[in-house]
Design a protein around this ligand. Structure first.
Ligand code: SAM
Length: 244
């Protein structure tokens, strides 16, 4: 086992008993910070009003992005994949209003082989606040696997934190975040042991936006675009080109 894997606390954190309580306690803060972006992703997806489409949400957690899409596109269905039984269990309660239009699949994104329960072709793929938990090499290969699962013309949208390559830019991002969210300052200066562990897990593999845009292009995506960006968060993606 390499040093990186030994210090990778990701699975232990997301598959812990404590995570569900922590996650629930921060629901209002998450909605304030990310709700508009989830709704924007839903709006971006080029689904017709009556289209019966299936989309895949990888690292779906309790289904925040999926819920926004299911709400906006009433004839869509979701396949939500995650490796944490704890997060999926909590998601079942949140997704109750969409019963019959979604299902969960257990999938560890670090494993290359996709479960057979994930359809061979989907109309869109989304990821929200998850890809930054994967090492860069896996981000790159995953983007290729996502491209291969999409129907021609299908879109992939990724909402995720990105890393500033310039320290002055990074300092400006932190300064504004601290001004806007006093609890972020408290968590940074006086974290509990759990908060410190989650923070280290959060930042471990965050990579620059340009690097990830290049991964998307080399995976064969067309129309690689940054649809939204503010400080260290961005929505970006591309579509699978239709063969000539
Ligand atoms: C920050 S949460 C985001 C959840 C949800 N997408 C959202 O936006 O609210 C990260 C999610 O990624 C999942 N995750 C992290 N690493 C994973 C992996 N290797 N395979 C599958 N899921 C993973 C976690 O279990 C968790 O549900």
């Amino acid at each position: 086992m390499g040093v990186e894997q030994q210090s990778d606390t990701n699975a232990a954190i997301w598959k812990s008993d404590e995570i569900v309580a922590t996650w629930a306690a921060q629901a209002a803060e998450r909605e304030r910070s990310h709700g508009a972006q989830w709704r924007f992703m839903a709006e971006l997806l080029p689904f017709g009003a009556e289209a019966e489409v299936t989309f895949l949400d990888l690292g779906a957690g309790t289904g925040a992005a999926s819920r926004a899409i299911l709400e906006r596109h009433p004839r869509s269905s979701a396949v939500l994949a995650d490796f944490s039984p704890e997060m999926m269990g909590a998601g079942e309660a949140e997704l109750r209003p969409f019963a019959g239009r979604y299902r969960y699949v257990e999938f560890d994104l670090l494993a290359g082989a996709w479960p057979t329960a994930i359809p061979a072709a989907v109309d869109a793929v989304v990821t929200s606040l998850c890809v930054h938990h994967l090492p860069d090499e896996r981000k790159r290969s995953l983007f290729g696997e996502i491209a291969a699962r999409l129907r021609p013309g299908g879109w992939y949208l990724n909402y995720d934190p990105v890393r500033a390559e310039d320290p002055v830019v990074a300092a400006a991002w932190s300064r504004v975040t601290d001004q806007e969210n006093p609890d972020a300052v408290r968590r940074r200066l006086h974290p509990t042991a759990d908060e410190q562990a989650r923070w280290e897990n959060h930042v471990r593999y965050i990579s620059p936006l340009d690097v990830q845009l290049e991964y998307l292009r080399s995976a064969g995506f067309g129309g690689v675009e940054v649809w939204w960006k503010r400080l260290d968060y961005a929505i970006f993606g591309g579509y699978r080109p239709t063969p000539p």
